[in-house]
Structures are given as structure tokens and as C-alpha cells.
Design a protein around this ligand. Sequence first.
Ligand SMILES: NC(=O)c1ccc[n+]([C@@H]2O[C@H](COP(=O)([O-])OP(=O)(O)OC[C@H]3O[C@@H](n4cnc5c(N)ncnc54)[C@H](O)[C@@H]3O)[C@@H](O)[C@H]2O)c1
Length: 284
Amino acid sequence: MVDRRSEASQNGSAHFKRVVEAMGRAPNRSPRALRPEAPEVDRVAIVTGAGGGLGEGVSAALSRQGMSIVAVDIDGARAQAAADRLVAEGGTALALVADARDEREVADAVEKAVDRFQRVDVLVNLAGLMRNAVLTKVTDEDFLAVFHSQALGSLHFMKATVPHLKRLGYGRIVNISSIATRGTVAGVSYGASKGAIEAMTRSAALELAQHGITVNCVAPGLVSAGMFLTTPEAFREQLVSRIPMGRMATPDDVAAAVRFLASSEAGYITGQTLTVCGGLTLGF
Ligand SMILES: NC(=O)c1ccc[n+]([C@@H]2O[C@H](COP(=O)([O-])OP(=O)(O)OC[C@H]3O[C@@H](n4cnc5c(N)ncnc54)[C@H](O)[C@@H]3O)[C@@H](O)[C@H]2O)c1
């Protein structure tokens, strides 16, 4: 009879042995491989959830750096509108429809992006949704809807994009989490999903550093666009009154952090979370 436990442990040992060997081999440690050849203007960035409030600001910021933008969204009209806006401002953009929850659709979208631009340098994972409920009212359906669109969706896009980044020996992945990882009322599903994204980011960063690929998170606070504007106004006003900077973040505030982590200058920063909250998460 096969001893499953011992088989699994052997598989695990073999896996870690390969990881350690790969780390020692350092195939991409030559200065040429670690220093990206492409200037910022020749880079290509995939932005998921590009049709949303933050997607618009982030895509515009990267486009202004000269990057070509692959604007991906589950909503085709939103993706197209996002790409059209970038092109109208003089940028280069391709609109693609993909459901981040569906690994095959994601793989197809990334292949289409590579067919069109021959490379991908940057991935920004913004796609997702929010469902709020107090703990005793959280349904499996809502929990999984949030988790699948945010955490699993980010994983799918990383899995599909990483082989292309490895080919370049360069890459920047920026995942969007949230200050909700610290706990928010009625935020169990959303906070759990964002916490998973931060944990995945750190593991991916460890695995991919040897390939010149950084993986980081930006954790926005309360933003004057997108999903935060769907919360009740009185609730918003109460929260905003607690922000030391005295205002919500603009999409540009968040985009500035994403742009930095997506740049070649940020090449020694990996596995980190950059919080953009106007001081809301500080003590007193
Ligand atoms: N707005 C805020 O205050 C705030 C704060 C912290 C973090 N965030 C995060 O920033 C990201 C963007 O949020 P936003 O405020 O722009 O929200 P938004 O609702 O305006 O945009 C989200 C976009 O993602 C798309 N999307 C949803 N599910 C998808 C799926 N399965 N596949 C592909 N696309 C999908 C939607 O169509 C939409 O265009 C989210 O991850 C959100 O959790 C937002």
C-alpha cells in the first residue's frame, strides 16, 4: 500500500530541494539580466479592474510614464472606455475583457497582450469587489465572491504573467490590498481577502526575487472614487473626519505609490506593503 503521508512529504522535500537549488544557481544574477534594457517608455503594463475608479487613475499615471497599457476588466464597456481615454490623451492602450476568477480567461487575456506588444513588464492587480456584512450575516457566497474576484483573481493574473516576466529577467507586480486588513466593521470577507493578497505577495516576492521580479502591495485607505463611494454618506463622513490629512485619498495619491513600485527605481523593494491612508492607520 502506498504511504500517502510519506509520499506527500517526499514530494514536499523534493520541491524545497529544487527551490534551494534554484536559489543557489542564481540564473539571472548577471548585471545584464538584472538591469532592464527597456526604458520606461517601452514598457507594457497590464492593469486589471482598469475600468474602475482607481483603475482609471493608475492606468493614466503609468501611461504618462510612457508605458503601453493593457486595460483589463470583466466589464467590456468599462475596459474599452478606459483604453479610449488613454489613447485620447496620447497613450497606447489595448482593452481586454477577462473575468479574473476564470484562470483560462486570464491566460487568454495575457496571451493576447503579449501577441500585441511582445512583452509584459508590469502587472497591477486592482480587479475586485466588496461585500460588507456583520460577522453573523456573512454568507459563504459573499465571502467566496469577494475572495475569488480579489485574491484568486490576483493569483490567476500573477500565474499567467510571471512566465513572461521571467523571460525578460525583469518585472514589477503591484497588488492592491487595503487598510481593511487591520480590521473594519462588517469587513470580514473583504479584510480576509486583502490579507490573503498581502500574504501571497510576500511568498511570491521570495520566489521571484532571483528573476529580477519584485512583488509588492499598495494598501489604500479611503479613496474618493470607486467602491468607497458606494458606502452610505453618513458613514463616509464619520470616517473621513478621522483622517489626519483631513481628506480622502484621490486616485492620483494611490497611483503615485503604484507608479513608484512599478518603476525600475524600486528594484530593491520587494514583499512590502506601502500604505496610502493620509495617516488614518497611525496611533494618536
Ligand atoms: N476605493 C477605495 O476606497 C479602495 C480602498 C482600498 C482598496 N481599494 C481596492 O482598489 C481596487 C479598485 O477598487 P475601486 O475603488 O476602483 O473599485 P471599482 O468597483 O470602481 O473598480 C473595480 C473594477 O474591477 C472590475 N472587476 C470586478 N470583478 C472583476 C473580475 N472578476 N474580473 C475582472 N474585473 C473585475 C469591475 O468591473 C470594476 O471596473 C480594489 O481591489 C479595491 O478593493 C479601493
